[in-house]
Design a protein around this ligand. Structure first.
Ligand SMILES: NC(=O)C1=CN([C@@H]2O[C@H](COP(=O)(O)OP(=O)(O)OC[C@H]3O[C@@H](n4cnc5c(N)ncnc54)[C@H](OP(=O)(O)O)[C@@H]3O)[C@@H](O)[C@H]2O)C=CC1
Ligand SMILES: CC(C)(CO)C(=O)C(=O)O
Length: 314
């Protein structure tokens, strides 16, 4: 299978390198990482050990592929879709946080599959990525149901040794992942702690409040996500990733724009559509955005790529 991975940062490089064990893969990313991959391939370390040689480029040239896997940050989704619009794919799969599939579907002709990834990945140096935790990729039709494209992409992932579930209930899984991220990411970033700090109060109850609010908004959107399911998913991930620094904490560490708009901001925006008050998510979003404004990181991103999406949580 020919695979294009668009957004070869931490997660895209890990997934692309693993897929290259069984498929023809091309990474689209930035130099000097792309140059290093061209020179010596990708070395995967940590929970998975691999060394593969995907192709790599900084500019997608429109070449067709069986599947395009999108792994840019949520606020780069529209720009990524615009870059991919000239290509031809059997399917497009997003592994990003947030409800970005609609942004892709609005711009691309190919069927867009929803995906969640609980693998942990961290780009160490150009050409080197660490797998900080073996999780699972869940993928399927973004509106739910059985999808032949999902079956084919899921087989390709499994053939490459990636833990993969092809799911018919991606709407619930996307909201469940959002509840987990709403509970973990902002709290750990603002408190500057690893995920495991949310095992005990006050962090645990803070995270649970944010997750419960998210589940309530999910139900208002017509998605069956009971509080107990959202809370058990939160507990499972906090335990499984207790030593992790969440991606939002990593962004704060690196003084980079966060995905707050696609996480807590999305809960607030969707809640407002249903006149639901979500005070914990609102406060977490406001605090993170205050940090971003204080560091000027949002403007820096938009200045560097004007076509970058004005964040929306469509
Ligand atoms: N890392 C992880 O463990 C996990 C990440 N995720 C999700 O996956 C997504 C990606 O996360 P992550 O990999 O950590 O983020 P990264 O920032 O490490 O990776 C995204 C990469 O895409 C690049 N990029 C963006 N636009 C373009 C473009 N037009 N052309 C070429 N390269 C481009 C970025 O470069 P630049 O910064 O220079 O624009 C960056 O290198 C996020 O939504 C995240 O929430 C989900 C689960 C786990
Ligand atoms: C699941 C979790 C919270 C793991 O850290 C994650 O997805 C992230 O950090 O963005």
């Amino acid at each position: 299978m020919d695979v294009l991975v668009f957004g070869a940062g931490s997660l895209g490089t890990l997934v692309g390198a693993l897929l290259a064990r069984a498929h023809d893969v091309t990474l689209v990313g930035r130099d000097p990482h792309v140059a290093a991959v061209r020179e010596g391939g990708v070395r995967v370390s940590g929970a998975v050990d691999a060394h593969t040689a995907p192709a790599a480029t900084t500019e997608y040239d429109g070449s067709p592929a069986d599947v395009a896997v999108v792994t840019v940050k949520s606020f780069d989704t529209a720009a990524a879709a615009d870059a991919l619009a000239g290509g031809s794919f059997e399917a497009v799969l997003s592994l990003q946080n947030g409800f970005v599939e609609e942004t892709l579907a609005a711009r691309l002709d190919a069927p867009v599959l929803a995906g969640t990834a609980t693998y942990g990945a961290r780009l160490l140096d150009p050409g080197r990525v660490a797998c900080t935790g073996v999780g699972r990729v869940a993928l399927g039709a973004r509106r739910g149901g059985i999808d032949p494209h999902a079956e084919r992409v899921g087989k390709a992932f499994r053939d490459a040794g990636i833990e993969t579930l092809v799911a018919a209930d991606m709407p619930r899984r996307r909201w469940e992942k959002l509840a987990v991220n709403a509970g973990i990411n902002a709290a750990t970033a603002l408190a500057r702690v690893e995920n495991g700090a949310l095992t005990d109060d006050p962090g645990r109850e803070l995270a649970r409040r944010a997750a419960r609010e998210t589940a309530r908004v999910a139900r208002a959107e017509g998605v069956s996500l009971p509080n107990r399911r959202a809370l058990s998913a939160l507990d499972e991930v906090v335990e499984a990733t207790s030593d992790n620094r969440s991606s939002t904490l990593q962004d704060v560490d690196d003084e980079k724009r966060t995905e707050v708009d696609a996480i807590n901001g999305a809960v607030v925006e969707r809640g407002e559509r249903h006149r639901l008050d979500v005070p914990t998510n609102r406060t977490l979003a406001d605090l993170l955005r205050t940090w971003e404004a204080g560091r000027g990181v949002r403007e820096a991103v938009e200045a560097s790529a004007p076509t970058r999406q004005k964040e929306s949580s469509q």
